[in-house]
Write a protein that binds this ligand. Structure first.
Ligand code: ATP
Ligand code: MG
Length: 377
């Protein structure tokens, strides 16, 4: 199935705004395994919008989604371009008029000077509910191609894309089964090597958000993704920190809560971020106490009580390695982490090593292990 998008707006072409709506639409389609075939970015001009719509039709698109240009200002020309492209005239729509007035009344704003322009719509077009904004969306056909046009503001666009495009594609394509795993401790190439030859007929997606790697598995058969995830879990071992996609801080916080533990963090280099990352995912923030100590010279010399992490030093003077100590009563583990990256990436890696030591300890795994192919300890 061929699906195209036309993103309308001068602001997308002069660097003021990035085309996040294309990403939103791609996500809605992605759940059905349908990629966008093309995104065309055009300025606020009727001829440019019309040419992009015609080009999508010529290329055989069954669906073309437009973003932006439905508002009341003079540079909002998408409705007019749609009417011209579909060979219908423009007329004021009572339905759009009523919806816009109701929304404005709710906001306590009187209709503005652009109101009469904004309620003009291509004759015969569908009016699509916009729960997050004023201008409703438009649905209209042009020969064999369905067109949808949604307002540019991202929360308005996303809601309309999920509802209208979701319903349209749901009638034509099946939800594609996808399984995913989240990994910390190997880079993509190392993961690929471990999975070599194990997953024929499975499409493996790699998304690295340093220092985590999120894997997704798609397959032609219904049971394919689940068995792929199982095989991958076996091959990768305990670097897999969760089923599905999510961050390590959330997993570590959940383990603390499930095991009813409290943690103290003495942080000599992460700027308190490790504590914040954990507390964000805890119902009871009192489970974590965090103390930032930029002067911490030797985490291995700090006296620790109960369950505790000591981390550092990372600054100043850019040392070449940081140390992480995890203690739980009489049990103590220490790891040394090399710092080969830029300062903020190094901090993320060290923070994740600390969280991973915590995860491993709380789940009874080997605590000081290998990260990124390097043995720590
Ligand atoms: P409005 O009624 O707010 O004018 P509109 O449908 O006319 O809505 P535009 O005027 O084209 O939309 O854009 C409004 C704002 O939406 C832009 O200033 C921009 O911040 C955001 N926006 C527009 N297009 C995109 C896009 N493709 N991706 C992300 N944001 C966008
Ligand atoms: Mg506008």
């Amino acid at each position: 199935m061929r699906v195209e998008m036309v993103s309308v707006g001068n602001e997308l072409l002069d660097g003021r705004v990035t085309d996040g709506n294309a990403t939103s639409l791609a996500r809605v389609l992605g759940a059905y395994g349908v990629p966008l075939s093309r995104v065309t970015v055009v300025p606020d001009r009727i001829d440019a919008i019309g040419a992009a719509i015609a080009s999508a039709a010529d290329a055989g698109a069954e669906l073309c989604v437009l973003s932006g240009g439905l508002g009341p200002t003079e540079d909002d020309l998408t409705a007019e371009a749609l009417a011209a492209a579909c060979g219908v005239s423009m007329a004021p729509s009572d339905e759009v008029d009523a919806r816009v007035r109701a929304r404005l009344a709710h906001l306590g704003i009187p209709p503005g000077p652009g109101h009469d322009r904004m309620i003009r719509r291509p004759l015969g077009a569908d009016v699509l509910d916009n729960p997050n904004g004023t201008a409703p969306g438009i649905g209209i056909r042009r020969g064999g191609m369905q067109l949808f046009s949604f307002p540019g503001p991202k929360h308005e666009f996303r809601a309309l894309a999920e509802a209208a495009v979701g319903a349209w594609i749901g009638d034509r394509a099946a939800v594609q089964e996808v399984r995913s795993l989240s990994v910390f401790g190997l880079v993509e190439a190392q993961i690929m090597k471990r999975l070599e030859g194990a997953l024929p007929d499975v499409e493996v997606g790699y998304r690295a958000t340093l220092p985590e790697v999120h894997l997704s598995f798609r397959a032609a058969t219904a049971e394919g993704p689940a068995s792929a995830a199982e095989i991958a879990r076996e091959r990768l071992g305990d670097v897999v920190y969760r089923d599905g996609i999510g961050g390590l801080p959330e997993v570590a916080a959940r383990l603390l809560a499930e095991r009813d533990r409290t943690l103290s963090v003495i942080d000599g280099g992460l700027g308190g971020l490790l504590g914040v990352d954990l507390i964000e995912h805890l119902e009871d923030p009192g489970r974590v106490t965090a103390r930032f100590d930029a002067a911490l010279a030797d985490p291995e010399a700090v006296a620790l009580d109960g369950l505790a992490l000591a981390i550092g030093p990372l600054s100043p003077g850019r040392p070449s390695e940081a140390r992480v100590v995890l203690q739980d009563g009489a049990v103590r583990h220490a790891a040394r982490v090399r710092l080969p990256l830029d300062p903020s990436s190094n901090r993320r890696v060290v923070g994740h090593v600390a969280l991973d030591m915590l995860r491993r300890h709380l789940t009874g795994r080997e605590v000081v292990a290998e990260w990124f192919g390097m043995r720590l300890g």
